[in-house]
Design a protein around this ligand. Sequence first.
Ligand code: GDP
Ligand code: IMO
Ligand code: MG
Length: 448
Amino acid sequence: MKKGKAAVIIGAQWGDEGKGKIVDVLSENFPVVARYAGGHNAGHTVIIHGKKFILQLVPCGVLRTGCISVIGNGVVLDPMAFLKEVGTLRDAGVQVDGNLFVSNRAHVILPYHRMIELASENAPGRVKIGTTSRGIGPAYEDKMGRRGLRVADMFDLQLLRKHIENACHEKNMIAHALFNTEPLDAAKIYDEYAAASAKIAPFVRDTAVLLNKSLAEGKSIIFEGAQGTMLDIDHGTYPFVTSSSATSGGAAIGTGVAPTSINTVIGVTKAYCTRVGEGPFPSEIMDATGERLRALGNEYGAVTGRPRRCGWLDLPLLRYSSMINGFSWWVVTKMDVLDELEEIPVCVGYKIDGKLTDELPAQGCGYNKIECVYHKMPGWRTSTQGITEVAKLPKAAREYLDFLEKETGARIGMVSTGPDRQQTMLTDGFAAEMEALTGHKTKIQAGA
Ligand code: GDP
Ligand code: IMO
Ligand code: MG
């Protein structure tokens, strides 16, 4: 049997590029979708015929009948958040039994992770990251410090009790000494997690085996990236990043599928740029135009509701992102948000100390020195809503996309002009590649 193929979908900027929507569209022909990094800090919005779903931990493939969804070992799992999300999906009539699986090796978020994160974010003198307060960073710290709790450990109740008692003892002392935080009750946490372990047991598998078997059986896989390249722990705007490997390399580590099994990497970028939380943002718009873009694009966080900072398309950043991830294709979302603009500045280069450079600073403070060089593109000043072929987009919109393609080296694969599943178009080259990977034509059809 021919082996299944794998595609990775990556946020090319600071997250919220519209990955969820794109995974939903493409999962029509990929029978398996796997998350590999992050946790319920993610918020992936999918709108199907006006019905909105916001997925945090559960891969967007769950919304397709017959699709298998996997939460890989690289994800940090808050069992309560998982069970809540599963409950919401069930209530909405979405099937989650027998088609949704969680890795037995995923690390578990516990209440003391949130406690430490909240306390340290607000501690005087500490660099404030503007996190989502989900306990993500401290859970990854415990993983790397080799003192974490994994999903498989939750089923050994004696081990679970001992782990929680020891960890609470230690974390309570640290939080009290450093931040004067009230202690957490280990017995109460144990009761909650022991009860949750019974509820999540039916979902738990060795998902590395499951995914590799799926490929061997000819099933194709989408790896659903969370966060974005500039939030990656190694390659992002450190320390204003998340704590996981959000870039394409993370897909292999975070699932147990070998890098040699990955066939293509697809970068998702907005037609402009946003960021939520603190940290550098070279092309940020600091005047009323930024507020206008926020209003037009409804730029408020799907998880926290925080207003997103808005900026122009940043080509040096996208070139960097493409280099780190190995993008073959671009998916450009939110083209419609630019419909009204008379002209659209695009950052085409970075100057540091007056000299053009292709290298991004390694230090957060290094970004303060960046001076963006802008090229103004003409706007198209007409609605792109309802257009279903890239060739039928207004001329100036096509030129905008051609410019992105020419300046970055990756090809335009998809363009999105609205939040709904239907408001998406594929280029011929990308449609051919998807057909070659999956054996089926992408129809962007109605229904699941
Ligand atoms: P993700 O985290 O990358 O999945 O993105 P989010 O769901 O957090 O944020 C993207 C937002 O943009 C969501 O509200 C989507 O419904 C919306 N969206 C996605 N594509 C488009 C588009 O082409 N046009 C418009 N106007 N909205 C879009
Ligand atoms: P999706 O998958 C946008 C940001 C937070 C904060 C930083 C660290 O929806 O694109 P964390 O809680 O992870 O320790 O916060 O990362 N952040 C995101 N921003 N989209 C996301 O996910 C994000 N996940 C984390 O705002 O600046
Ligand atoms: Mg999001």
